[in-house]
Design a protein around this ligand. Sequence first.
Ligand code: NDP
Length: 338
Amino acid sequence: NRRVLLASRPVGAPTADNFKMDEQPIPKPGEGEVLLRTLYLSLDPYMRGRMSDAASYAAPTPLGSVMGGGTVAIVEVSNNSSFAVGDLVESYVGWQDYGISNGKELVKLKGVELKHPSYAVGVMGMPGFTAYQGLIDIGNPQPGETVVVAAATGAVGSVVGQVAKLKGCHVVGIAGGPEKCKYAVEKLGFDKCIDHKSDNLKQQLQDACPKGIDVYFENVGGKVFEAVFPLLNTKARVPVCGLISAYNATSINHSEIALAQFQGAILKKRMRVQGFIIFQDYFIFYDEFKKVMGKWVEDGKIFFKEDVVEGLENSQNAFIGLLEGKNFGKLVIHVGDV
Ligand code: NDP
């Protein structure tokens, strides 16, 4: 059983030294347990938070432990009557070839996921659910409104923009580089997409949002939010999903004035700015989401691009790249085959 362990806590951007790969015998499931073999490992930005021991909504990964992570796995041995050998499940085996589960957190793949198992950690799984639920529940997009989303071609952002288009909105993406922007418009159907690396981001965003911004789905923070902030309309909604531009930061430039301006705008424009942690806040709606999204994916209404990296041994570098915008689409590691 190959495993990727957390060797040390990163200061700033993670490096290869923060990880260590080892090999152990394949574990044996006890009573009521199943042995799972990983097919796909999902790599997600939140893992940077788990590598750190700063206080957060979830406990840090202990040093020397297997890096946690969502997986798609096949049941290899079952001592649990709810699961048969050969079942495909959404699981949390983490960065390793095999894992043991008591079955409680496992979700059997069905429908479109059986045709495309890695979707269970993508459009049909945690990132797709985050996009859908955060946009619908907090963003509450109405036909004709302007919705802006950053990290627009990624796992969450690509779904946010497409769902907003299905709801009849004017959708503007923000992404890193001309290739991602072209793809957001031509393939995902966004109305516009602005490159956050260009030097006139603020002006371009203003031109792309002539009626201001009604919903800003926040994935990034930092200078992207600075460009968005003045354009937010009265009664704007801001689902705060992630702040990836700060995940590797060792210090933040605090400004009392900026904070006061932000609070003043929330008050005067009566904006709704709300953070959420998808499974902690919305788990009860997961089944319902799968039905809605499954149909959209089957009907070709939602398109989903994956960035599939071959081999568990390449997880570390792929993860480091995710925090630098090197992924193009949902980052998954292909670990094994059925
Ligand atoms: P993505 O697939 O979008 O990959 C991350 C992308 O973030 C990169 O490709 C890059 O896109 C962008 N990025 C990275 N660094 C920066 C930077 N410094 N400035 C601007 N953009 C940057 O990831 P996900 O879709 O999985 O996640 C998107 C966000 O959603 C993250 O903030 C994540 O933490 C959050 N999230 C929150 C959840 C919740 O429950 N609240 C659940 C799931 C995700 P580009 O090249 O276009 O800039």
